[in-house]
Design a binder for this molecule. Structure first.
Ligand code: BG6
Length: 455
């Protein structure tokens, strides 16, 4: 099995093109801390705060130029998403917006012409806000119906050109950042019950998409994605080891359902405590499991039972500060070995092909004389790519590695442009000022060489 080496984007964070689409939940979030963004509602458009994703980096207008850059870099695959709120602006229309399908036709055809394999995420932060305001969120069964209409529309339309599909981005984020994935916990009396119900509906939706694809006998591979962070015990004290094991199980709850089709015991207990019982759905979930498991990997975390230790932040949840690791400016640990541990953990547990659909370093890049020198990103990516390569050599089937991200784009957690991940710098600041000009960073040339060597 040959691994496709590429890069990733998401529609929500890169496209803009607001005039031709509906409002997404993430358009309602202004620039700010993650905590603020996930706990408050910001009425849109009545409140005039700056909304970064409305403009994003204007991939919608610049996609031809951006695909030319992708071709120049030599990426073999682009993982991106199709914007739900562009195809169904409120999420509730009976018919898709034909202009949206036309846009993605052009995008996907251009990728194919450039010999870049599209890997499509059906839902990555693009949930239509009207749908969310109408029903409250994924905890409502109507979400399933509307998501299925969208998923069937795009799979039917693009399956002749798109072989790899991912039903949802980072599904276990529901347990950490439910509002971001469209679960309306802020309005719920029992927030935990709302979160578990919403998560269950997303898992059922994922299984229904798999059912659809298999029934239609389409020549596609269908997977789903989690965010995985290995959790290390801070010491060999059994309490630390226990805490790390429990957090690891938390991390794997959602993938257990996706791959094995059943909830592990600890989540069942949580469901029962809130009067929820999904056991009737387990036969269906077992019959419709994923062909591959996709994961993001940014950082590892550490766990200690001693609350006096310093803490660090991270993609999924913070943890105890690991004295052996450096951190990014945003407090995410830099741990290439964790990449290999992630792939071994997941393959050992599930034994199905894997995809690394996000991995990268958020940093504050500076333009000097029209150039961007980012040795820190090259060092991060090189060390992680080496670990993926080692895991492949050790026999782990990795279908694709798509680093995050091809272009700088709006940060999901903070809405900042200044938290940059791209191989290509985009000249916009946190308030959307700038020319939008694309500048190849040093990491662009470095990755180009890596890709040439990988053929
Ligand atoms: C992942 C998300 O969790 O992390 C991406 O799938 C996100 O959408 C990425 O951009 C990096 O996080 P952030 O908050 O630094 O943009």
């Amino acid at each position: 099995m040959k691994c496709l080496w590429g890069a990733a984007l998401s529609a929500a964070q890169s496209e803009g093109g607001f005039q031709d689409r509906g409002i997404m939940i993430c358009d309602t979030l202004p620039l700010g801390s993650m905590e603020e963004r996930i706990t408050k509602r910001f009425p849109f458009p009545q409140d005039h705060s700056y909304r970064p994703t409305v403009k994003a980096v204007e991939l919608y207008e610049h996609y031809q130029e951006d695909i030319a850059l992708m071709q120049e870099a030599g990426i073999q695959a682009l993982r991106t998403s199709i914007n739900w709120a562009r195809v169904y602006p409120t999420g509730m229309e009976e018919q898709p917006d034909e202009r949206a399908l036309q846009f993605y036709d052009e995008l996907i055809n251009s990728l194919k012409r450039a010999h870049i394999e599209p890997i499509i995420t059906i839902s990555h932060l693009e949930t239509p806000n009207t749908l969310f305001e109408t029903y409250g969120g994924w905890e409502h069964p109507a979400f399933l119906t509307h998501y299925m209409r969208f998923a069937k529309t795009i799979i039917t339309h693009f399956a002749d050109r798109v072989h790899y599909w991912i039903t949802f981005n980072e599904m276990n984020m529901a347990l950490h950042l439910p509002l971001c994935v469209g679960i309306g916990v802020d309005r719920a009396a029992d927030k935990e019950a709302c979160m578990l119900q919403g998560l269950h509906h997303t898992l059922m939706a994922s299984a229904k998409v798999i059912d659809f694809v298999k029934t239609q006998t389409l020549d596609v591979m269908i997977g789903a994605m989690i965010a995985y962070s290995p959790v290390y015990p801070y010491s060999c004290h059994p309490q630390d080891v226990w805490k790390a094991s429990m957090l690891t199980l938390d991390n794997l709850m959602v993938s257990d359902v996706l791959v094995k089709g059943c909830y592990p015991i600890q989540i069942k207990q949580r469901q029962q405590r809130h009067g929820l019982d999904f056991s009737n759905d387990e036969v269906y979930l077992k019959q419709h499991t994923v062909d591959f498991l996709a994961t993001s990997y940014y950082c590892s975390t550490a766990a200690s039972s001693d609350p006096s230790h310093a803490v660090s932040s991270g993609n999924l949840f913070g943890g105890t500060k690991n004295p052996f690791l450096q951190e990014s400016e945003w407090g995410w640990t830099i741990d290439p070995m964790g990449m290999k541990i992630c792939l071994f953990d997941l393959y050992d547990r599930y034994g199905i092909p894997l995809m690394v659909t996000e991995n990268g370093l958020g940093a504050r890049d500076i333009v000097e004389d029209g150039e961007v020198h980012d040795p820190y990103r090259i060092a991060y990516l090189k060390a992680h790519v080496d670990m993926v390569e080692e895991a492949i050599q050790d026999g782990i089937p990795v279908l694709a590695y798509t680093m995050w991200s091809f272009l700088d784009q709006v940060s999901a957690s903070s809405g900042q442009m200044s938290k940059r991940y791209g191989l290509v710098y985009v000249d916009y600041d946190d308030e959307g000022n700038g020319s939008g000009k694309r500048i190849r960073k040093d990491s662009f040339a470095w990755y180009q060489e890596v890709l040439q060597a990988k053929g």
